[in-house]
Design a protein around this ligand. Structure first.
Ligand code: WTA
Length: 634
C-alpha cells in the first residue's frame, strides 16, 4: 500500500539547473501569492492565452454558491482552441496524434488531418439529428476515432458522455439511462494481449435495456463479426462516405458555460454521478495546468498513458495538449505486451519528452526489473508525471532513477473527476519529497481540517478541502443540483469549502500528503470504484442476500477489492460459488471490479441505523484495533 509516512520523507530532490532554465514558470511563491490575492485577475491573464469569439463580462460569478460560473457573457468553443486556431499557423502541419495499436499498427494525424476527421464526424452526427445540448454516449476502445468523436460532439455543441470501454453492459446502460442518450457511438471492439475484445455485443446488450437509444454508430477497428440492427445501427465508414459527411464544418459559437461533457464517477451510493464540465473554464484550467506543470513546449511529444474513458484522459490526453498544440502519443494495448519494455520502446521510438502515468502502471513494470527500460534510450524524457493514487516512495524512486535517469522531475498530481484538472502538484522547479504531491496549483488554497472545518496542526491527519472556486471545477452532478451541493459543499457553516473526500496531512513546509479516500470509494489500480456498486452487483446474484466490499492494501494495485457475502437461507458457500460470484461482479460491472475473494459470513458489522461498518471489516482483516465500536449494532 502507499506509504505516506512523513517520517520517511526527509529526502528532498532539487531540480537540475537545466530544468530550472527551461521552466515555463520560473518562480512559485510570489506568483502563488499573487494568484490567490488576485484570483480573478490571475485567471483572466491565463484566459488570454486562449481564443475567444467574444470576451467575458465577468471572470467569476459567485452569486449563486456553490454553483459558480466562470467567464460569463463570453462566447467560446474548446474546439476553436484545440483545433481551429492551430490551422492558421505552422502547427497546421504538425502531428497532433501519433497512435500505435498493440499489434504495432501506426496511424498519425496532423492538425490539418485532425480537423478533417473531426469535421467529418461532426457532420455525420448532425446528419443523425444530433443537436446542441444533446448528450451523446461514447463507448469505445482507445482509438483515434474516440478522440474524433469527443471533439466532434464539442464542435457542434453536443455533450459527450464517454463510458470507459472496460465497463459492462449494466454499467453502460445505467449511464445511457441517466443521460437520456439518443445516440451511442461504439466500435466492433479492440485488442488486449493479442486477443480481440468484443465491444459491440456489450453495447447491444446495453441498448436492449436503453429505450432512449435511436441510433448507434459503430467504428470498425478489430474486424470482429458483429450484430447490426437495421435502422438503428450504422457503420461509421458507410456514413463517412456519404456526401453529408463533408470535411467542412463550422465550429458552433457557444456560451462559455455551455456544457462540454458529463463523466460518470463513483461515489457513496450505487448510482454513479455524472459530473458536468463546461467549455470555457475547463479549457482555461486544463491548458494552464498542463503548460505550467509539465513545461510543455511547442516541439514536445506528450504521452499521457491514460484511457480517455477517465478524467485523466479527457483533460490531459485529449483537451489540454491539443489546446497547447503539442503532439500526443496514444497507445491501445497492455503496457507489458508482448514484453515489459513496450512503453519504454515507444518512448524511444517516438522520442517522447513528457510522460504521464499512474503509480499502478509504474509498480506493475517495476516488478520486471531495470533490464527492460535499460534496453532503451530514454534520454528524450524531460518530465515525468504521476496521477490517480498516492505514489509510494519506492515506486517514486524507481520512476525517478531508472526511467528519468535522476534528471526528470516527478510531477505527482493530485486531483479528481470533479476538479477537472490538477489541483495540487509541484512545478518542475519545486523541490520534491517522494510521496508528496507538494503544493497547491496557482489560485488554489487548500487546507486539512477537522469536522468543524478548523485547520488541524501540521503533521496531523484531517479532511482535505479547497477553500476557493477554480475555473475547472465541475458545475454540478448532471440532473441533480441538490446532491452536488450537499455532497461537496456546505458542511462548515459560512466557510464555503469544497470537500474532496480524501484524508491528508500538511507538513511543516506546507507540503501536502494525500493518504486516501475517506468515503466508500476505492482506488483500485488507479480506477475509481464505489463499494456500493460492487455490493449491489453481488446482491444482484440470486444466492446473495447481503454483501460488503472493502479495499485492502495490494502491492501493485494500491488497493484490492475484498468482499463478504451473506447467502440466502439454506445456501452453503463453497469455492465454486465464490468463483461464480467473482465472475458475476466482473460481468455486472466490468473486469476491473472483480473482487480478489468472497468470504461467506453469517452477519456483517452494522451501525444501529443499518449502515455497514466497512472500517471494522477492514480492521479485522488487517488484524488491527477495531476502534470505536459504540455505534455497532450487536
Ligand atoms: C485519488 C483521478 C494521491 C484521490 C485524477 C482522489 C490521488 C481520487 C492522486 C480521484 C495523487 C488522485 N495522490 N491520491 N496524486 N490523484 N488521487 O476521480 O483519492 O478517478 O480523490 O480522478 O484519486 O479519482 P478520479
Amino acid at each position: 500500500m502507499a506509504d505516506n509516512s512523513i517520517e520517511k520523507s526527509s529526502e528532498i530532490y532539487h531540480p537540475s539547473a537545466e530544468v530550472v532554465a527551461n521552466a515555463n514558470v520560473p518562480e512559485y511563491e510570489q506568483l502563488y501569492q499573487y494568484s490567490c490575492e488576485n484570483r480573478e485577475q490571475f485567471w483572466a491573464e491565463q484566459a488570454d492565452h486562449l481564443r475567444w469569439y467574444k470576451k467575458w463580462d465577468k471572470v467569476l460569478d459567485d452569486s449563486n454558491k456553490p454553483f459558480y460560473k466562470w467567464f460569463t457573457g463570453a462566447n467560446f468553443n474548446i474546439v476553436h482552441n484545440a483545433i481551429d486556431r492551430h490551422l492558421e499557423d505552422a502547427t497546421r502541419n504538425k502531428l497532433a496524434i501519433i497512435w500505435e495499436s498493440e499489434a504495432g499498427a501506426v496511424r498519425s494525424f496532423s492538425y490539418h488531418a485532425l480537423n478533417r476527421e473531426v469535421s467529418k464526424f461532426a457532420n455525420t452526427l448532425k446528419s443523425m439529428g444530433v443537436k446542441k445540448g444533446e448528450v451523446v454516449t461514447i463507448y469505445m476502445p482507445q482509438v483515434p476515432e474516440l478522440v474524433f468523436a469527443m471533439l466532434a460532439c464539442a464542435k457542434i455543441g453536443a455533450v459527450h458522455s464517454v463510458v470507459y470501454g472496460g465497463f459492462s453492459y449494466e454499467a453502460l446502460a445505467a449511464r445511457i439511462e441517466d443521460a437520456h442518450s439518443r445516440v451511442l457511438i461504439t466500435a466492433d471492439g479492440g485488442f488486449r494481449r493479442g486477443k480481440p475484445i468484443d465491444l459491440k455485443s456489450i453495447a447491444n446488450e446495453a441498448m436492449k435495456r436503453s429505450p432512449t437509444i435511436e441510433v448507434c454508430i459503430t467504428v470498425r477497428n478489430n474486424g470482429l463479426d458483429v450484430e447490426m440492427e437495421s435502422e438503428r445501427d450504422f457503420w461509421y465508414h458507410d456514413l463517412q462516405s456519404l456526401p453529408v459527411a463533408s470535411n467542412k464544418c463550422e465550429t458552433e459559437v457557444l456560451d462559455s458555460e455551455d456544457p462540454l461533457f458529463i463523466l460518470y464517477t463513483s461515489g457513496t451510493t450505487g448510482k454513479p454521478k455524472g459530473m458536468l464540465h463546461t467549455h470555457a473554464g475547463y479549457a482555461v484550467y486544463t491548458s494552464t495546468t498542463h503548460r505550467c506543470l509539465f513545461d510543455v513546449k511547442p516541439e514536445d511529444r506528450w504521452w499521457c498513458a491514460a484511457d480517455p474513458g477517465w478524467i485523466t484522459g479527457h483533460s490531459y490526453l485529449v483537451y489540454s495538449p491539443l489546446i497547447n498544440g503539442a503532439t500526443i502519443v496514444m497507445y491501445e494495448g497492455a503496457p507489458n505486451y508482448p514484453y515489459p519494455n513496450r512503453l519504454w520502446q515507444m518512448v524511444e521510438k517516438y522520442g517522447v519528452n513528457l510522460f504521464y502515468t499512474s503509480p499502478t502502471a509504474i509498480r506493475g513494470l517495476m516488478r520486471f526489473g531495470e533490464r527492460w527500460p535499460q534496453r532503451h534510450d530514454l534520454s528524450s524524457l524531460r518530465i515525468l508525471g504521476s496521477v490517480g493514487e498516492p505514489i509510494n516512495p519506492e515506486a517514486w524512486k524507481w520512476y525517478y532513477e531508472v526511467i528519468g535517469d535522476s534528471k526528470c522531475p516527478i510531477i505527482d498530481t493530485w486531483w479528481q473527476t470533479e476538479t477537472g484538472g490538477v489541483m495540487i502538484a509541484p512545478l518542475p522547479i519545486t523541490p520534491l519529497k517522494p510521496g508528496s504531491c507538494t503544493k497547491p496549483f496557482f489560485g488554489n488554497e487548500v487546507a486539512v481540517v477537522d469536522d468543524e472545518g478548523n485547520e488541524v496542526p501540521a503533521g496531523e491527519e484531517g479532511k482535505l478541502v479547497i477553500k476557493n472556486p477554480w475555473p475547472g471545477m465541475a458545475r454540478t452532478i448532471y440532473g441533480d443540483d441538490e446532491r452536488y451541493a450537499s455532497l461537496y459543499w456546505g458542511d462548515y457553516g459560512d466557510k464555503e469549502y469544497y470537500k474532496a473526500g480524501d484524508s491528508a496531512k500538511v507538513d511543516e513546509d506546507g507540503y501536502v500528503w494525500v493518504i486516501g479516500r475517506m468515503d466508500e470509494v476505492l482506488k483500485v489500480s488507479g480506477y475509481r470504484l464505489g463499494t456500493a456498486e460492487i455490493e449491489s452487483a453481488l446482491v444482484s446474484h440470486q444466492a446473495v442476500s447481503e454483501a460488503a466490499a472493502i479495499g485492502l492494501p495490494h502491492e501493485v494495485k494500491g488497493n484490492a477489492i475484498h468482499t463478504y457475502a451473506i447467502l440466502r437461507d439454506g445456501l452453503v458457500g463453497d469455492k465454486a460459488l465464490e468463483q461464480e460470484l467473482k465472475e458475476h461482479v466482473a460481468k455486472e460491472l466490468g473486469k476491473i471490479a472483480q473482487p480478489e475473494d468472497v468470504q461467506f459470513v453469517e452477519s456483517l458489522p452494522k451501525t444501529r441505523s443499518g449502515k455497514i461498518m466497512r472500517r471494522v471489516l477492514r480492521a479485522r482483516a488487517l488484524g488491527q484495533d477495531e476502534g470505536d465500536l459504540s455505534t455497532l449494532e450487536e
